[in-house]
Write a protein that binds this ligand. Structure first.
Ligand code: S3P
Length: 172
C-alpha cells in the first residue's frame, strides 16, 4: 500500500551527523521503501572506504563519483536515498535527485552535530579539525545551499528519531 502512496524517492540531505542514515533506515522500514546510502554505494563500487578514497585520490575524485552516483540513483523509484553531506556542493546533483524524488533537509545545529560525531574518525573533512567552531564554520558556508536544495525542511533539534520520521511522513 505504501508503494502506492509514495511512488517516488525520498532524498535525505543535511550536514554530516545530522542523522540521515538513522532516519533513512527507519523511514524505509515504516514506508516499506528501498534504502540506499550514497556513500556506501560509492564505497562498494570502488572497494574503498570514504577515508581511503579521500586519502588516495583526493576530494575531487570523490565528488566526481558522487556526481555519477546522484545521476544513477536519481533514476530509481520508491527508494529512500541518503546523501553524503556534501551533495549540495554541486547543484546538478540536486537536479538529478529531484527528478524522481523529494529532498528533505535534516536541519541541525553545530553543537548537536559535534556531540554526535566527535569520536567518529571516519569523516575526512573533519579529521584533525573536530570542534564546534569548525563545524559551525562549514555549516555556515553551506547553509544556503542546504536550504535552497530542500523541498522540505525538518528541524531535528531536541527531537528523537521517531518524532523526526513522523514529521517527515506527515509532510509527504
Ligand atoms: C561529506 C560528508 C560525508 C561523506 C564525505 C564528505 C561532506 O557523508 O560523503 O566524508 O562533504 O559533508 P556523511 O554526511 O554521511 O557523513
Amino acid at each position: 500500500q505504501s508503494q502506492v502512496l509514495f511512488p517516488c524517492n525520498i532524498v535525505l540531505i543535511g550536514f554530516m551527523g545530522s542523522g540521515k542514515s538513522t532516519v533513512g533506515k527507519l523511514l524505509a522500514q515504516q514506508l516499506e521503501m528501498e534504502y540506499v546510502d550514497m556513500d556506501h554505494y560509492i564505497q562498494e563500487k570502488l572497494g574503498l572506504t570514504i577515508e581511503q578514497i579521500f586519502e588516495t585520490y583526493g576530494e575531487e575524485f570523490f565528488r566526481q563519483h558522487e556526481k555519477e552516483t546522484a545521476m544513477e540513483l536519481g533514476l530509481l523509484n520508491n527508494t529512500i536515498i541518503v546523501c553524503g553531506g556534501g551533495i549540495i556542493l554541486n547543484n546538478e546533483n540536486i537536479v538529478n535527485l529531484k527528478r524522481n524524488g523529494k529532498t528533505i533537509l535534516l536541519n541541525t545545529e553545530a553543537e548537536e552535530i559535534y556531540n554526535r560525531i566527535k569520536d567518529d574518525k571516519s569523516r575526512p573533512l573533519l579529521k584533525d579539525k573536530m570542534s564546534v567552531d569548525y563545524i559551525d564554520k562549514l555549516l555556515c558556508q553551506r547553509k544556503s545551499l542546504y536550504l535552497d536544495a530542500a523541498d522540505i525542511i525538518v528541524d531535528t533539534h531536541d527531537k528523537n528519531i521517531d518524532a523526526i520520521c513522523k514529521e517527515i511522513v506527515g509532510t509527504l
